[in-house]
Design a protein around this ligand. Structure first.
Ligand SMILES: C[S@@+](CC[C@H](N)C(=O)[O-])C[C@H]1O[C@@H](n2cnc3c(N)ncnc32)[C@H](O)[C@@H]1O
Length: 219
């Protein structure tokens, strides 16, 4: 599928897929959305050690921001990013996250996140390990492993099969007890699918341009 880099309203880049008219992040700002959904309402809940699963590694934005936050907060992070259609090297070069996040000192780390081999646990630094898995979300079969899931799939309007009870069952299984899943989606059907597999779901204020988002906890 054709991918076009564009600039979102906060100045950070994202990728648009013209064929399905969908993008990787909010048009109102890729960085602002990532901080709001995944950091403020996800990572902020945790201290010390966190095992994170990202549904859709994509541009690596969430992973890079999580890395930067781990430095500020002295967190130890095991980060697993699942992705079936990796972003290409030429596209990665056009992403402006390092500049927009004022993180020039960490340019090499951003590159390393992308250059790391798939299916291997890579030591990014003493406190941050990354494992990228090239596979379909449907084939995730981890059990009681993660504290936090960044559920960042394309919207239900273009990939309805990823917002179903079947997928949320896999997510529920993959989380440890009291583990949390955060997503930008606030759809009623998504909330009901999460509740049907056992999650307790909260509606929270959404990022810019969205009234609400969802946070689900494994009981
Ligand atoms: C909304 S984008 C977000 C990506 C990423 N979180 C970011 O910030 O760039 C969704 C990602 O899921 C990937 N994807 C879509 N369907 C998938 C599937 N069935 N299995 C694995 N990855 C998939 C896409 O290639 C894309 O990278």
């Amino acid at each position: 599928m054709e991918r076009k880099i564009f600039i979102t309203e906060d100045g950070s880049t994202s990728i648009h897929l013209p064929e399905i008219d969908e993008q990787y992040h909010s048009k109102h700002g890729a960085i602002q959305e990532a901080y709001h959904v995944f950091i403020k309402y996800g990572l902020d809940l945790f201290k010390d050690e966190v095992e994170i699963l990202e549904i859709g590694f994509g541009t690596g934005l969430n992973c890079f921001i999580t890395y930067l936050e781990s430095l500020k907060r002295n967190l130890t992070i095991d980060y697993t990013g699942v992705e079936a259609y990796p972003v290409l090297t030429d596209e990665i070069k056009q992403l402006n996250y390092v500049t927009e996040l004022n993180a020039k000192a960490h340019q090499q780390i951003f590159n390393k996140l992308h250059q790391s081999e798939w299916e291997k646990e890579i030591i990014i630094n003493d406190d941050f390990k990354l494992k990228k898995q090239k596979k379909d979300f449907k084939n995730i079969n981890d059990k009681n492993t993660y504290n936090l899931i960044y559920f960042d799939a394309f919207g239900a309007k273009v990939q309805p099969e990823l917002w179903t009870e079947d997928i949320f069952e896999l997510m529920y299984e993959a989380l440890q007890k009291n583990g949390v899943l955060v997503t930008y989606s606030a759809k009623g059907s998504v909330r009901r699918a999460m509740q049907a597999v056992g999650f307790t779901v909260e509606r929270l204020p959404g990022p810019k341009g969205k009234r609400e988002m969802l946070r689900a906890r494994k009981n």
